[in-house]
Design a binder for this molecule. Structure first.
Ligand SMILES: [Zn+2]
Length: 124
């Protein structure tokens, strides 16, 4: 799902974008010159492979996601939450894909391994 940067105004514009069983819904609002603020909720299911046993499992996700979007190169790199869309088109599917990749890159155990880890901690 793509939205032209210049079509986002000072009034919050609602959107809903889905990818698989995951949905990103919220609003886009112009916050400053070349800046759009995204306030949204990431909700649904992500299929993950356990880092311990390799088993695939479903993780329920419900996370607020707040980002600043820009259509120009950001000179100050201090704000790490800025995503640049230099072609002037906000790609919400890309944001959703990035969030899924982020979830996958975090070290994660399936519910069964999570449980066995607790038992190990008690033994030591
Ligand atoms: Zn596991």
């Amino acid at each position: 799902m793509k939205i032209q940067f210049e079509k986002v105004g000072n009034t919050a514009k609602p959107f809903r974008c889905t990818l698989g069983k995951l949905a990103l819904s919220g609003t886009l609002k112009k916050s400053a010159h070349h800046r759009v603020s995204l306030a949204s909720m990431l909700e649904g299911e992500i299929s993950l492979a356990c880092d311990r046993c390799g088993k695939h499992y479903i993780k329920q996700v419900k996370n607020p996601l707040v980002l600043t979007l820009s259509d120009e190169m950001c000179k100050d790199k201090e704000d790490l939450d800025i995503i640049e869309f230099l072609d002037g088109v906000i790609d919400l599917t890309y944001i959703l894909e990035s969030e899924i990749d982020l979830q996958k890159s975090i070290y994660h155990y399936c519910p069964e391994c999570d449980g066995s880890e607790e038992i190990l901690e008690i033994e030591f």
